[in-house]
Design a protein. Structure first.
Ligand code: NAD
Ligand code: UGA
Length: 458
């Protein structure tokens, strides 16, 4: 049976792969092709060993792959055959020139636009899936419609809100799907085509339609608000440590107010991930571009508090371990930026491990899924670092353990066995507040947790 339409996704990363797998699974009438310049990634998508770890992803891909879901490096052919093109390439922070360290680097994005233009011989709908600065669709339209007007490209904004570790759940049952378009007849027609795709599984009332600029800006705003909650609670965790208030009790007390809500109030060692920092810095840069320095400073402080929280964690380890960790073995439990993912981009564990190594500690890094990425992140460190997946082995002979990712396995380890194998006095630094602190203290550990009064035997 011929397919109703050909969907193409350019960029087979954390967003492109899972998102297209979900569309293919829910819309067997569409052919979905995912392309990438990275041959290794595409080969992995076509193998039993997918390039990213995400609960439920293997099953989803296996069910649709070869039926209506395909992965390939043939980008130009893919563009020619496509009716609808999602662009899901990376948009990292610029590291050079104007806006370096703040603005989004749009080079991959623009390259894609030019490639689409060069390989199209009929009208197409282009969907911005990547997170982009507000008004990028305008630049996209200018490039695409510089063809003399023979071919018409309609640019839609359809930002992705999935979170890693729960991507499949988020895609299957999203809080909302946001689709922005130009409010012209053609724009609204194109928007309707995308609505029809999502309506195969997303209730219609959860599909929000808006103008294209609101859609672009809503994505940056959502991430800024989420990160701001983490920085707010983290800023107060320090005050709790100074006053014997308990950050979990405070979070619970305020989170029961339905106007505040109880999500994203977990104090931690800091937020990581590829997007929060880059998207906020991008928002700050955009504000400054429009001369809006006060909002720029406001959002910038969310990132600064996060950096301070990471720094504070290293300093707390240092000062509580008698002002020196030189030559001491420390087990870092968890390197991923959150549980249930192997992703380590902007993980606080990178900063903390580097901080400990600078202090000449001997660090054993442990993680069930992220050791491959950890090795890559820390490849310049020549001495003092080992990668040990088994947490018991990582903690053997250590002076301290630092929990940096909230993996479930770390909640229920045999801490008595770990304590017995460690150098005394033994320390626990719980950067995620997932352990039973009182019990650990009674076992003999000195326990330091985020936003809590230390439990120590000296
Ligand atoms: P990623 O780096 O995992 O994937 C991007 C892919 O695009 C890479 O595999 C890269 O090789 C490919 N690519 C780059 N230029 C290309 C080109 N010209 N042609 C073909 N392929 C090309 O990135 P990601 O995490 O999937 O993020 C993609 C976008 O989605 C970003 O804008 C990000 O901000 C946004 N986003 C990410 C998440 C997330 O959880 N990771 C969630 C929501 C939104
Ligand atoms: C985040 C957003 O939640 C997604 O909606 C968005 O699509 C995505 O960014 C993106 O644009 O990339 P993600 O970064 O995958 O998703 O994960 P989150 O669950 O948001 O966690 C981000 C960081 O904040 C993690 O390091 C997490 O441990 C930390 N966090 C989160 C806390 O420290 N406390 C909390 O209460 C919540």
């Amino acid at each position: 049976m011929p397919f109703k339409k050909n969907i193409l996704c350019i960029g087979a990363g954390y967003v492109g792969g899972p998102t297209m797998a979900m569309i293919a699974a829910k819309c067997p009438q569409y052919k979905v092709l995912v392309v990438d310049i990275n041959h290794k990634r595409i080969n992995e998508w076509n193998s039993d060993n997918l390039p990213i770890y995400e609960p439920g992803l293997d099953e989803l891909v296996k069910a649709a792959r070869g039926r209506n879901l395909f992965f390939s490096n043939e980008i130009e052919k893919g563009i020619r055959d496509a009716d609808i093109i999602f662009v899901s390439v990376n948009t990292p922070t610029k590291t050079f020139g104007q806006g370096s360290g703040m603005a989004a680097d749009l080079q991959y994005w623009e390259k894609t636009a030019r490639q689409i233009l060069a390989n199209s011989d009929r009208d197409k709908i282009i969907v911005e899936k990547s997170t982009l600065p507000v008004r990028t669709a305008k630049a996209m339209e200018r490039i695409l419609n510089s063809n003399g007007g023979n071919i018409k490209f309609e640019v839609l904004s359809n930002p992705e809100f999935l979170a890693e570790g729960s991507a499949i759940k988020d895609l299957e049952n999203p809080d909302r799907v946001l689709i922005g378009s130009r409010e012209t007849e053609e724009g609204i027609r194109a928007r309707k085509e995308l609505v029809d795709i999502y309506a195969n599984w997303v209730p219609r009332e959860k599909i929000i339609e808006s103008n294209v600029w609101s859609s672009e800006l809503s994505k940056l705003t959502a991430n800024a608000f989420l990160a701001q909650r983490v920085s707010s609670i983290n800023s107060l965790s320090a005050l709790c440590e100074a006053t014997e208030a308990d950050i979990e009790e405070v979070a619970y007390a305020i989170g029961t107010d339905s106007r505040i809500g109880n999500k994203f109030l977990k104090a931690s060692v800091g937020f990581g991930g590829s997007c929060f920092k880059k998207d906020i810095l991008n928002l700050v840069y955009i504000c400054r571009t429009y001369g809006l320095n006060e909002p720029a400073d406001y959002w910038d402080s969310v990132v600064r508090i996060n950096e301070w929280q990471e720094r504070r964690f290293v300093l707390s380890m240092l000062s509580n371990m008698f002002n020196t960790v030189a030559g001491k073995k420390i087990a870092v439990l968890g390197f991923a930026f959150k549980a249930n993912t192997g992703d380590t981009r902007e993980s606080p564990a990178i900063y903390i491990t580097r901080g400990l190594i600078e202090e000449r500690a001997l660090v054993n890094v442990s993680d069930p899924k992220a050791l491959g990425n950890a090795r890559e992140d820390l490849k310049d460190i020549r001495e003092g670092l080992e990668y040990i997946e088994d947490p018991y082995k990582a903690a053997e002979g250590a002076h301290a353990i630092a929990v940096l990712t909230e993996w479930d396995i770390y909640r229920n380890l045999d801490y008595k066995k770990i304590f017995d194998s460690m150098v005394k006095p033994a320390f626990v630094f719980d950067g995620r507040n997932i352990l039973n602190h009182r019990k650990l203290f009674e076992m003999g550990f000195n326990v330091f947790a985020i936003g809590k009064t230390p439990l120590k035997h000296f």
